[in-house]
Design a protein around this ligand. Structure first.
Ligand code: ADP
Length: 505
């Protein structure tokens, strides 16, 4: 005889732990547990209700039998005598059934007759029986449950019976064992079928959970496909308007934002390297020329001087980039304090007086008095220095620059207008001038890095304000900045107008 060995290795999925922790498994488990508890509770409830119904039914039967006994029984000289047609098999078997568990006692509690079935339960004392007789006299139906030596329960109807002028005590009982069989069988069958039912529920739950989680899995798979070079992944909406569609929509919107940010960053690093390369190439060129062709000290000095200028430009770019990155990553914390805008703009206008005179441009400031806003003095100073420096840079000789400071009638905002009669900005470029490194093409490349207005925009935003620009080529440009006063500026009453004029040299 040969033995066949089945050497089948139990192969567990490698990510069994992940599966157990997974949402699908947990959903199925909860589903399974809820069903198990629910079905068990239903089973127990029905068993109890079945028992109760059967007990009620049994009470009715015992009650009927108790009443029937009176039709067949006579007490004659303290002896119970049964009257029935012994030839009628139906009647005799009925009477025989009545006689199985029966006790008859007189009105003093003395036992007149007790069947063997009753004796097995134990006959009560005279006092007890008399007590029950008296209770029965008042018309009370009394049911008692007793157990025999084997533990079988018997339901007994007790009461008083009147026969002419004789009164006696009658107790008729029935075994409850037959009654218990039905709920027991129900319990056995139901709780045997329950695990099979639960198994099917579990399997169904497993598949239902999978179906419900498909969009979540799709989101996870889509997220896995995302990389820096693949930000176009989008999950198609199921158009059911449920929570999962909401999740998909949120995910897709997040991808849109990520893509925009990523594009900006990519653009930024391209622009930054481009900006850094220009002065580096210049330095390299100058040094190479000096190395191979310079002979005199003056020629070397000139090369070093030119290189130093480019190094200076490099440092400016690096400094500006660092500041911008600090600003955008929230590392620059605004030091807000009450800033008197009238004084601040006066100071800045004073500083730009000399460059304006050198460029042969008129610079005027018209400011309402005592206009105070909560702001970071350094940043606000930087904001207007940038705007004025641009105005001076891009306004040809003979032009003018005017700065206005006004509060709004409801006193909630300070409006600052910087307007010039310079070269203006073309319509196509206007929407981009606040972008990093954006320089209007053909503008003199020496004039700037294209970062100034990015700063301006950040500072305004950080102060909760707004900035607008209007411009016409060849006519000039106007920047309008609105900064909130946050209720600081209450000095409307004293507000007067102060005009300061800087004359051209
Ligand atoms: P830059 O430091 O190069 O001036 P900005 O970010 O400050 O960079 O400005 C971006 C572009 O906007 C500039 O290249 C310039 O062409 C244009 N610009 C800014 N201000 C003015 C102005 N007042 N008049 C004309 N053009 C301006």
């Amino acid at each position: 005889m040969s033995k066949v060995h089945y050497n089948r290795a139990v192969r567990l999925p490698p990510n069994l732990l992940g599966l157990v922790r997974g949402l699908r498994f947990r959903l199925t488990l909860s589903y399974f547990a809820i069903f198990a508890i629910l079905l068990a509770a239903i089973g127990l409830y029905f068993r109890a209700s079945l028992r109760e119904t059967l007990d009620d039914r049994m009470r009715e039967i015992v009650e009927q039998e108790w009443a029937a006994v009176r039709g067949y029984l006579r007490i004659e000289n303290e002896v119970p005598v049964w009257y029935f047609d012994a030839k009628d098999p139906e009647e005799s078997s009925f009477v025989e059934r009545l006689q199985r568990i029966i006790l008859i006692a007189d009105n003093k509690g003395k036992v007149l007759e007790a069947s063997n079935g009753y004796r097995a339960l134990g006959v009560e004392s005279t006092q007890v029986l008399q007590g029950r007789f008296i209770l029965g006299m008042s018309g009370n139906k009394d049911f008692i449950t007793r157990s025999d030596s084997k533990g079988d329960r018997v339901l007994i109807r007790t009461g008083a019976v009147r026969q002419g002028n004789i009164q006696y005590y009658l107790a008729v009982g029935r075994r409850l064992a037959d009654n218990a069989i039905i709920p027991e069988r129900f319990t056995r069958d139901y709780f045997t079928a329950l695990p099979i039912l639960l198994l099917f529920t579990g399997i169904a739950g497993w598949f239902i959970a999978a179906r419900a989680l498909t969009p979540v899995t799709d989101v996870a798979k889509a997220a896995q496909r995302i990389s820096g070079s693949n930000l176009d992944v989008r999950i198609p909406s199921r158009r059911s308007g449920d929570e999962l569609d909401n999740l998909i929509e949120t995910f897709n919107k997040m991808m849109d934002r990520l893509k925009t940010n990523f594009e900006q960053m990519r653009q930024f690093s391209t622009d930054a390297s481009h900006e850094l390369r220009t002065p580096l190439t210049a330095i390299r060129g100058q040094l190479e020329v000096a190395l191979f062709t310079a002979k005199t000290t003056d020629q070397y000095k000139e090369a070093i001087f030119n290189s130093l200028q480019d190094v200076e430009q490099l440092s400016n770019i690096v400094r500006a980039l660092l500041m911008l990155s600090h600003a955008e990553t929230g590392q620059i914390v605004l030091q807000r304090q009450p800033v008197d805008m009238t004084l601040l703009l006066n100071d800045i206008a004073d500083q730009f007086q000399i460059p304006a005179e050198e460029a042969q441009v008129t610079l005027t400031l018209e400011a309402e008095k005592d206009l105070v806003i909560p702001a970071d003095r350094v940043q606000i100073g930087r904001l207007f220095s940038n705007l004025l420096s641009n105005a001076v840079k891009y306004t040809p000789a003979g032009g003018s620059i005017n700065v206005f400071l006004k509060r709004t009638p409801d006193n909630t905002q300070a409006n600052i207008i910087v307007t010039d009669t310079g070269e203006g900005i073309g319509e196509v470029h206007l929407p981009h001038i606040f972008e990093r490194f954006y320089k209007v093409p053909n503008a003199n490349p020496e004039k700037g890095l294209g970062l100034g207005l990015s700063f301006v925009a950040w500072i305004v935003k950080a102060h909760g304000g707004t900035i607008q620009v209007t411009s016409k080529l060849g006519e000039g440009t106007t920047f309008e900045v609105a900064l909130p006063t946050n209720g600081l500026d209450r000095s409307l009453k004293d507000a007067g107008s102060k005009r300061k004029r800087f004359k051209k040299a």
